[in-house]
Write a protein of this length. Structure first.
Length: 159
């Protein structure tokens, strides 16, 4: 990322923190294209040798004047919502958990029980088997809150 300076980014683009959209200062047209995995990216550089930058990382750089130390998480889970209020810095483990929220329980037909498990730092932790879905989900949410703090907010509404 060192090849794009903060000054160059601010010379080329305007970022609207309320909409999360970038536009070129020359021409005022919106910029960006959709990647195959559902993120916006923006090409910057001389014609023919453009480098692709993820818009959420550019938004962070534009707003704070430095690249994020880790990954950037979309709080509401919408990869196209690049409003700065919807972005937060996250470790890989936190970001992966936020993307998979609620997938830590499953029904085991042979045992006729609900299994609760959680992945923390690439290790699967068995939280136990429960008679009801609600008990398994409660165990999962408790473990998630302990391991991931604010990234374990299950009832957040999309903004």
């Amino acid at each position: 990322m060192a090849d794009l300076s903060y000054e160059k980014l601010r010379r080329l683009f305007y970022y609207d923190p309320e909409t999360g959209l970038f536009s070129r200062l020359a021409g005022k047209r919106k910029v960006g294209s959709l990647t195959g995995n559902g993120y916006f990216c923006i090409k910057i550089g001389p014609a023919g040798s453009n480098r692709r930058y993820m818009a959420h990382r550019l938004a962070w750089f534009y707003t704070y004047g430095k690249w994020p130390n880790h990954e950037v998480d979309h709080i509401n889970g919408n990869r196209l919502d690049n409003r700065i209020a919807n972005l937060r810095e996250a470790t890989r483990s936190q970001n992966e958990f936020a993307a998979k929220k609620g997938k830590g329980i499953r029904w085991e037909p042979k045992r006729k029980k609900w299994l609760a498990r959680i992945g923390v730092n690439w290790k699967q932790i068995n939280l136990g088997r429960y008679a009801t879905r609600e008990e398994a989900l409660a165990a999962y949410k408790k473990a998630a809150k302990e391991a991931f703090g604010e990234f374990a907010e299950f009832d957040r509404k999309e903004g």
